[in-house]
Write a protein that binds this ligand. Structure first.
Ligand code: F6P
Length: 522
């Protein structure tokens, strides 16, 4: 643990009793503790970070710049998989080359985007048709994790921009997911995307086989016109029977949870059209440029990352709540759970040494105002302090319902204020109605949830995760922690499928399998 960590902790100890509301008596605090990027503003004045703490945090961020530049440059910073990390190249709107293993990858990126665009346009215009020669009206994306969460979140977020085929998503291996999705669809009208970076994920391949059978039940054996594959494993997609012209490949320097910007975004592009998808990419590119060029003290991803470090490592708050006051961002918390927790849920450094400080926090959340009627009791009066990250649009897409939006904004700002102010025991009828207050929150304000704004928001959080991981000195881009469960599941399957003896498994698992078997018998 370096001296700056101990200096920060000592500072926190000295100032822990200072109330956020007292800090806000400094009339310049809102200006000094908020940061702009384009039309967006991030307010972090309702946190316990004071000017000395901010200066120390910014010192801690100095090593981030070199790591950031290495990522954008194409260095193989994902050292355990010997890969570059270049999701930023997928949304690059300028022409400089980006080299991986001596080869400029940008021509391939542009070719891939052009192929996606041509295909999406042809489907949307009815030039690419179903077996019966008619247009597709529905698209199913079969995928999980990064091959699902991004498309699901973004298509919902950009509902006002849908003017293409209806999109549906199957991810869980639970048969209910495929069943409930397929029961309302017509195979004749449905295009199926099998999205899997590895093309081996058991949930996706199981769902793909079920949906292929569903297609063939109506179309006969030749369902190829209704199939698309998205993968880095083009040998496997071909072996599956999907021809190259229906396969959209991407490279291993795009992590699954960072892949919405490329072919994994095909379902989104079909829903909103290539032009809006381009705006989505441009928004992310704008945030990239800001992250690359803004001074640390005016750098939104850097500051959001430092706020996370302050709350998690210095104040000792192990979780953070993502609270979008935007119903169409209701899947953003789930998306950020993978982005953040699969990136920074690590316990060894990039060099393989045990960490000497906490790493990724637990990410959770629900849209407002619904969360107010579910868990805000705890965040206001519970014994755990939860840093809250609010997001709110200034404008809605439903001007005829402006009263709704005014209420939404009022609730969002009121919750942030209530968390900070609380209500002292002196001003409360009794201790049950007292609020400790002094609970931190940040608020991200954007004008309207457009494709460009969504691109900016996602890139902001990608880079915030990067900043925290760089400061902790971990590899944010591998995910070895998901392998053990998969290995054990493949060994468990025969025990569930058959009645072979449960020797060799632990007593709990044996007991549980026995219970499943007895219930199945009755
Ligand atoms: O959760 C593990 C993981 O490998 C994620 O990183 C990935 O997004 C997901 O599974 C799906 O992987 P694939 O796209 O290869 O099917």
């Amino acid at each position: 643990m370096g001296t700056i960590w101990s200096d920060l902790k000592a500072h926190r100890k000295r100032t822990a009793d200072v109330r956020i509301s007292d800090l806000l008596k400094d009339t310049s605090r809102f200006d000094d503790f908020s940061v702009n990027c384009g039309e967006m503003l991030l307010d972090f004045s309702k946190t316990s970070i004071d000017k000395p703490a901010l200066n120390m945090l910014l010192k801690m961020a100095h090593n981030v710049e070199a790591k950031r530049d290495a990522m954008f440059r194409g260095d193989k910073i994902n050292s355990t998989e010997d890969r570059a990390v270049l999701h930023t190249a997928l949304r690059k709107r300028s022409d400089e080359p980006v080299f991986v293993d001596g080869e400029d990858i940008m021509p391939g990126v542009k070719t891939s985007l052009a192929r996606m665009t041509a295909f999406a346009n042809a489907v949307r215009k009815g030039e690419i048709t179903a077996n019966d020669g008619k247009p597709f009206t529905d698209v199913i994306n079969i995928g999980i994790g990064g091959s699902d969460l991004g498309p699901v979140m973004a298509t919902l977020a950009l509902t006002p921009f849908h003017d293409g085929p209806r999109t549906h998503f199957i991810s869980n291996v639970d048969g209910a997911h495929a069943h409930d999705t397929l029961k309302n669809l017509d195979p004749n009208r449905t295009l199926v995307i099998v999205a899997s970076k590895t093309f081996t994920t058991i949930e996706t391949m199981t769902n793909a086989n079920t949906v292929l059978t569903w297609l063939q039940s109506k179309l006969g054996n030749d369902a190829s016109k209704h199939l698309v594959a998205i993968s880095t494993a083009e040998d496997k997609t071909r072996a599956y029977g999907i021809p190259p012209e229906r396969t959209f490949g991407f490279e291993d320097w795009v992590g699954g949870r960072y892949s919405i910007w490329g072919p994994i975004g095909l379902s989104l592009m079909m829903a909103i059209g290539p032009e809006n998808f381009g705006d989505f990419l441009s928004g992310a590119f704008e945030m990239d440029q800001h992250f690359l060029n803004a001074p640390l003290a005016e750098n939104m991803p850097v500051l959001l990352g430092l706020i996370g470090i302050w709350h998690n490592n210095i104040c000792g708050y192990p979780t953070r709540a993502i609270l979008p006051y935007d119903q169409r961002l209701s899947r953003l918390p789930a998306y950020l759970q993978q982005l953040d927790m699969e990136s920074n849920g690590k316990s060894v450094s990039i060099d393989g040494e045990p960490l000497d400080q906490n790493s990724g926090p637990v990410i959770w959340g629900e849209p407002g105002t619904n969360g107010q009627h579910a868990f805000y009791q705890l965040i206001h009066q519970g014994t755990s302090v939860v840093p809250c990250e609010f997001l709110i649009a200034a404008e809605s897409f439903e001007p005829e319902l402006q009263n709704h939006h005014n209420l939404l904004i009022a609730n969002c700002l009121a919750q942030s204020e209530a968390l900070m102010l609380g209500r002292s025991i002196e001003n409360a009828p009794d201790s049950h109605r007292a609020f400790p207050g002094n609970r931190p929150s940040t608020t991200l304000i954007y004008r309207k949830l457009t494709p460009k704004t969504l691109g900016m928001i996602i890139a902001l959080y990608e880079h915030r995760v990067f900043v925290e991981g760089a400061i902790w000195g971990i590899n944010s881009f591998d995910q070895w922690g998901v392998e053990l469960g998969k290995e054990l599941a493949s060994k468990m399957l025969p025990l569930v499928e058959k009645t072979m003896p449960t020797t060799g498994v632990d007593a709990s698992t044996a007991g549980l399998i026995g219970k499943v078997r007895s219930l199945r018998k009755t």
